[in-house]
Design a protein around this ligand. Sequence first.
Ligand code: GRF
Length: 192
Amino acid sequence: MTDKTPIAILISGRGSNMAALIEASRAADCPYEVILVASNDPEAAGLDHARAAGIATFAHSHKGLKRGEFDAIIDAALREAGVRFVALAGYMRILSEGFIAGWEGRIVNIHPSLLPKYKGLDTHQRAIEAGDAEGGCSVHVVTPELDDGEVIAQARVPILPGDTPETLADRVLIEEHRLYPDALAAYIRSHG
Ligand code: GRF
């Protein structure tokens, strides 16, 4: 038995942030335990990593389903598992209002920009094209407006001459892996 807060991570792809959250959760003083990794893509590479780490997985394709129908399937899986908080980590689905309402204040996301700048996609390219001196990442609470909820924590990296979206993404990703576990732990400690 553990007295850690049970969480799920939702992924759609490689799951490197998921891996960072799982790794951090092993520390005795980490307030959360990852009890489920769920994905809308049964082929997501992160699912293999989660299974190898001994974590239960749930995969169901969203294809052919209405947004609300699909979210109800995910919601049921989370509730059946006994999840209390949900961490989005490269989850490429916009969540329905109904789903978010059922988890109000208990879903967090990591976004690869210094919010409120560059909500949505292609964040690094947009930061470079704007001539910004810095890029970065933000951990925020999920609300029905895309990438709009309260920002819990941010990390900044300089944008260097010659940076491409890929080189900038690589440097920001290193910061994501540092930022997300600590920000999620702090959030759960204060809201758990
Ligand atoms: C990360 O850059 C994250 O900020 C964004 O999607 C990417 C996911 O990468 N939301 P990974 O699947 O965690 O490796």
